[in-house]
Structures are given as structure tokens and as C-alpha cells.
Design a protein around this ligand. Structure first.
Ligand code: 5RP
Length: 229
């Protein structure tokens, strides 16, 4: 089974949790896009759901495939969000934001009763941090924000390069008009402490640590899909 087939398997298992009439948060990334494709087939077959996309990219795919969308202001309370992740640990703590949509992803997941993560086995880790942590920042005062992040991280025994994300020659800009530092801290033994420390820095808009947000992860491997709770 190749990587795409595993993503489709995880997405198909998540689709079983979707019921008629649900208000759905719809994630971003290649795995979430497999979910959108399967969801669109169900919608074409008569399933009625209303989706809130977590990025412009996801919104475009949903529109193209005929999945009905609403804004989060129109649907401020959602039944379920289904989204991918860059890393998942045994507590269902996540690193997200590889696709740059972490802020909207976190807002949408936070407005949902449940969040189901869909991923392949390569995303499961004992300790978060091998994947560089995306930290979304306001462009204003980015040097001061970088220094503040380095200081707070160092108090937790963490250090590593903070790389400003680029899109070719240009600085990568999120849907919200912000920039991203990808922080290579390595192992993050206390993700909750780091999340709290980052939350207290004014120039940090959001970070990719999703703590106590996911209720279930569907992990697909060559032998099939398993769940983490
Ligand atoms: C986007 C995300 C994605 O969910 C994450 O990067 C996983 O993407 P993929 O399914 O393509 O591996 O957080 O901001």
C-alpha cells in the first residue's frame, strides 16, 4: 500500500463518523483532501452536511467538488472536525501547520465538539518534535518575537533553529496574512509547557501544538486502519 492509499484508508474510516445533517470542520493538507474527495462522493449520493473549511485551499477543493460550505461565523458550533497532522503522540497531542493553516485549523477544531485526526503510521511518534514546530507570527516586530521565542524555549531546555518559512523567493504568508517560523527544537518532552510559553508571547499569533483537542486519531498502515483514543 503506498502513502496515498494509506491516506485514503484513514479518510474512509473517518467518513464513517460523518452523519447526515452534521456541521463539519474540514481540515487542510493532502490527507484532508482525500477526505474531501470521499465526502464529495457521499454528498453527490445524497448525504447532507455543511462544511467549514480551514483554509482557502480546502475551500477551493470543496467548491470544485460540490461540498456545501459556510463560514465559521454562520456556523459557530460544529459537530466534528476531521483534519490531518504532522505528528501525533500517545496522548493525542499533535503538531500541525506543515501546510500553513494552523491558525484556522485550531479555531475550527476549537469550535467543534469532536476532532478526528487522520494520518498514516509515519506521523505517530513517542515524543513530539522531530517535525519542526510551525509558529505563526505577526510580521510586525518579528525579530523581537524570534528573540522572545528563543528565550522562552531555552527556559524549558529547548533550543534549535527558527527558520522563517518561504515560498520560493517570497516569505510564506498564511491565509491570515501572517508569517511562520519552523522551529527545530528536536524532542519536546513537555508540549503543554511549551504551548503555554508560546501563548504568552504577544507576537505569536498561534503555534502548531494542538493539546487536548483531538478526541480520536485514525492511523492507517499497510495492514489497515487503527484508532488511537
Ligand atoms: C496543515 C496541516 C496538515 O494537516 C498537516 O501538515 C498534514 O498534512 P498532510 O496530510 O499533507 O501530511 O496541519 O496546516
Amino acid at each position: 500500500m503506498d502513502a496515498r492509499e494509506m491516506k485514503i484508508k484513514a479518510a474512509a474510516a473517518a467518513l464513517e463518523h460523518v452523519e447526515d445533517g452534521m456541521r463539519l470542520g474540514i481540515g487542510t493538507g493532502s490527507t484532508a483532501e482525500e477526505f474531501v474527495r470521499l465526502l464529495a462522493e457521499k454528498v453527490a449520493g445524497g448525504l447532507k452536511v455543511e462544511g467549514v473549511p480551514t483554509s482557502e485551499r480546502t475551500a477551493r477543493l470543496c467548491v470544485e467538488l460540490g461540498v456545501s460550505l459556510k463560514s465559521l461565523d454562520e456556523l459557530p458550533e460544529l459537530d466534528l472536525t476531521i483534519d490531518g497532522a504532522d505528528e501525533v503522540d500517545g496522548n493525542l497531542f499533535l503538531i500541525k501547520g506543515g501546510g500553513g493553516a494552523l491558525l484556522r485549523e485550531k479555531i475550527v477544531a476549537g469550535a467543534s465538539k469532536r476532532m478526528i485526526v487522520i494520518a498514516d503510521e509515519s506521523k505517530v511518534v513517542d515524543t513530539l518534535g522531530a517535525f519542526p514546530l510551525p509558529i505563526e507570527i505577526n510580521p510586525f516586530g518579528s525579530v523581537a518575537t524570534r528573540v522572545a521565542i528563543e528565550k522562552r524555549a531555552s527556559r524549558l531546555g529547548l533550543s534549535g533553529e527558527l527558520k522563517l518559512r518561504r515560498n520560493g523567493e517570497d516569505i510564506f504568508t498564511t491565509d491570515g496574512g501572517h508569517h511562520i517560523f519552523d522551529a527545530s527544537f528536536g524532542r519536546i518532552p513537555d508540549a503543554e509547557a511549551l504551548a503555554g510559553a508560546l501563548n504568552s508571547i504577544p507576537g505569536v499569533v498561534e503555534h502548531g501544538l494542538f493539546i487536548h483537542m483531538a478526541s480520536l486519531a485514525i492511523i492507517a498502515g499497510p495492514a489497515g486502519a487503527r484508532t488511537l483514543k
